[in-house]
Design a protein around this ligand. Sequence first.
Ligand code: SAH
Length: 348
Amino acid sequence: MKDKKRDIRALSKEQLREFFVAEGDKSFRGTQVYEWLWSKGAHSFEDMTNISKQTRQMLDDNFVINHIKVDHMQRSSDGTIKNAVKLHDGFTVESVLIPTFSRTTACVSSQVGCSLDCKFCATAKLKRMRNLNPDEIYDQVVAIDNESRLYNNMPLSNIVFMGMGEPLMNYKNVLKSIAMITSTEGLGMSPKRITVSTSGVPKMIKKLADDEVKFNLAVSLHAAIDEVRTQIMPFNANFPLKDLADSLAYWYEKTNRRVTYEYLIWEGINDQQKDIDALVDFCKIIPCKVNIIEYNPIDDGEFQQASSSVTDRYQHQLEKNGITVTVRRSRGKDIDAACGQLANKSAE
Ligand code: SAH
């Protein structure tokens, strides 16, 4: 038994309750242990003081509690914090705390590395090693919430799944983590404050709609012309824009909620009038908002941020067509914590 201990937080409350019944105990014991594991954040069975010593020993014989460990924390001059988080099997992922005057946002990872190959993203250079478990995603949020309270005197207000990995390729675990984050047994956060960002996996966007999720959806678009998008996001060859558009129409029909498109603009790639026209057309498919993000250079210098006059042109023409646009400045660049810069450099 000792060599095959299970991760106790992989069990649902119901499964824990059933485990105790099978052990000849009361199902209520399962609820008590569940509360220790989630709302009270116990790191060991020893901590569970209202559980008998004998039961705690039995749990210890059967299970482990795999908490993440913040291995290394960096603070940027703008208040951004980046955590290098060590997982129980030695892998590292990163998560970021982004404070502004009105909110504090946690940016969390969903996979170790990434299986996609976006040419402009540092994480893409790391092979996808494995999916994160629900508790490993949840723990990143708890760690950032604690740091936010400690350094900024305020609790976390928002969460974005924009760290390492493609959340919709770890669908089940991402949804389970959000269920815990929003549950009153976990952090009790409103799903309206959570955004899942995807490179655009049409089948899974439809599944989100079918599952009637209540959180927000963002799509990393970056180009609304197939040839351009395939050049910078090669998986687009398998998930062309037409399929993406269909899945977004389906999403809107089912949820009635608009989507945010993230968009980077590079010199010589998507800085022409035809790129703007294509984006304007794409934005007419369903109600949406466009977030123009600043490009954060990754080492090889292949991509260059387009000039601000191009950004202005994009902004002007989107607005002229009644589309909401925000132009976002990056945070935490000095510690490689900005979008697309997460590549476990801090752990080296
Ligand atoms: N895989 C998901 C989530 C991770 S990427 C997705 O693609 O949405 C989070 C955001 O950062 C995406 O919009 C992504 O396109 C953007 N991004 C990636 N590399 C970047 C870089 N070097 N500079 C700025 N943003 C980048």
